[in-house]
Design a protein around this ligand. Structure first.
Ligand code: ADP
Ligand code: MG
Length: 414
């Protein structure tokens, strides 16, 4: 019996192992069908080589991959597993196919339903929930077995005991592994990002200062030239073009300067109220121009220390992106600042064009822009500013629906 149990356990570890070896380095871009395929195989193997208990009855761990996919990915991705499970069960034959079919349908419908709620929980809670659900599934399974085999002998209770304990234990082990893989991938992405920001901020400060002076001098002389009487209309046009290009160069330099270290004369300890109000007021004309309504709510008493200018610039970048995402059809920009425990939560939500998963991943890379006149520095600055106050940024976005930026910043402890 131990052998058959270990074999089943191996079948379930197999997708995790393959994923770790071949796909972990593309955690954010791998194809989900690979996992579905591997899970199907492990499910089939579990069914073909079930666990044989000493006293007769057999059972298997087929529902572990099924439940995991249903919880993590919901209806759409569980459907292939649902088909595979029932086809395989049908081919294996024997009595009670109908029972298995009805049972898997019930599980498919109800567990996939939990997917959205499940994904919102913390990793620890997810492990706990998955364990409870696997227990619950088994209780349901065992009670349905009593309906078709009414005699409740000692064998049944032993089966119940083995089924419940192995399901819960195997589920917890699998979940711990999966959550660890997710956590590792996130940490690595975060480290890469901070590394990039550090290099950027060191370089940008020095280079930007050096470039700014020659730019200012050039601009001054070109302005003088433009007002001169001795140049032709054509020449005047060239000068104007040069001036507008210079203005763009200056904008980029200013964006870059924002990365440099916070300036001590700008540091404040406050609750962001002033900055939010200021930036909202500044952006309202721009919003009106694009038929965007701005909604604001502020409920925060927690304080943090930050560079006032950088905070304003950071908010402007976020609001500007949000409004630009809605410039075709208008929409609503809602800003919500609140406190959660000792964290300030800034939520910036738009109903604009949204982004795909890949686009969200590219956010914050230097020069990544999908706009004709974009510099692709705005989000980089946002990430670097939030990083400086030890904050975290989460982005939820759906193409065509809109985007939500959720920024959480730990407050100062007095
Ligand atoms: P820029 O605004 O100059 O293009 P950013 O760094 O501010 O550069 O933004 C980079 C890209 O991220 C944008 O070009 C856009 O494609 C995308 N983006 C940023 N914010 C949003 C948003 N709220 N909705 C949709 N796309 C966004
Ligand atoms: Mg921008």
């Amino acid at each position: 019996m131990i052998e058959s149990f270990l074999l089943n356990f191996l079948f379930l570890l197999f997708p995790v192992l393959i994923f770790l070896i071949f796909f972990e380095n593309r955690f954010y871009t791998y194809n989900k069908s690979v996992i579905i395929f591997l899970s199907s195989i492990s499910m089939i193997l579990c069914m073909v080589f079930p666990i044989k208990l000493e006293f007769g009855p057999i059972f298997d761990l087929r529902y572990i991959p099924f439940l995991l996919i249903a919880l993590f990915w919901g209806y759409r991705y569980t459907f292939p597993l649902y088909i595979v499970l029932n086809m395989c069960r049908f081919l294996i034959g024997g009595p009670y196919f109908l029972h298995s079919f009805v049972f898997s349908t019930v599980i498919y419908i109800f567990v996939s339903l939990l997917n959205k709620v499940f994904m919102k929980q913390s990793p620890k809670k997810r492990i706990f929930i998955a364990a409870i659900i696997s227990l619950f599934t088994m209780v349901l399974y065992l009670s349905s077995v009593t309906l078709i085999i009414p005699a409740l002998d000692k064998g049944f209770w032993l089966l119940a005991f083995y089924a419940l304990t192995t399901y819960a234990a195997v589920m917890v082990i699998n979940m711990v592994l999966i959550e660890k893989i997710i956590d590792n991938a996130k940490t690595r992405e975060y480290r890469l990002h901070s590394e990039r920001l550090n290099v950027m901020s060191d370089l940008s400060a020095s280079v930007s200062h050096e470039i700014r002076n020659p730019l200012t001098v050039t601009k001054g002389f070109l302005q003088l030239l433009k007002d001169s009487q001795n140049i032709t209309g054509d020449e005047k046009r060239y000068v104007e073009i040069s001036l507008s290009e210079l203005k763009r160069a200056e904008q980029i330099v200013t964006d870059f300067l924002a990365f440099s270290k916070p300036q001590s004369e700008n540091m404040v300890v406050s609750n962001l109220k002033e900055e939010i109000d200021y930036v909202t007021n500044v952006m309202i004309p721009y919003a009106n121009m694009h038929q965007v309504d701005v909604e604001m709510s502020f409920n925060n008493t927690l304080k943090i220390m930050y560079d006032k200018n950088q905070a304003q610039q950071c908010l402007i970048n976020l609001f500007k992106n949000a409004i630009e995402a809605m410039r075709e059809n208008g929409g609503i920009l809602s800003i919500d600042v609140s406190e959660q425990g000792n964290q300030i939560v800034v939520k910036i939500k738009d109903t604009g064009i949204g982004m795909t998963k890949e686009e969200v991943l590219r956010l914050g890379r230097p020069y990544y822009s999908t706009k004709k006149e974009g510099t692709g520095l705005g989000m980089l600055m946002v990430y670097s500013t939030v990083d400086k106050v030890n904050g975290k940024i989460e982005v939820e976005s759906e193409k065509g629906i809109g985007t939500t930026f959720l920024i959480t910043i730990p407050s100062l402890q007095f």
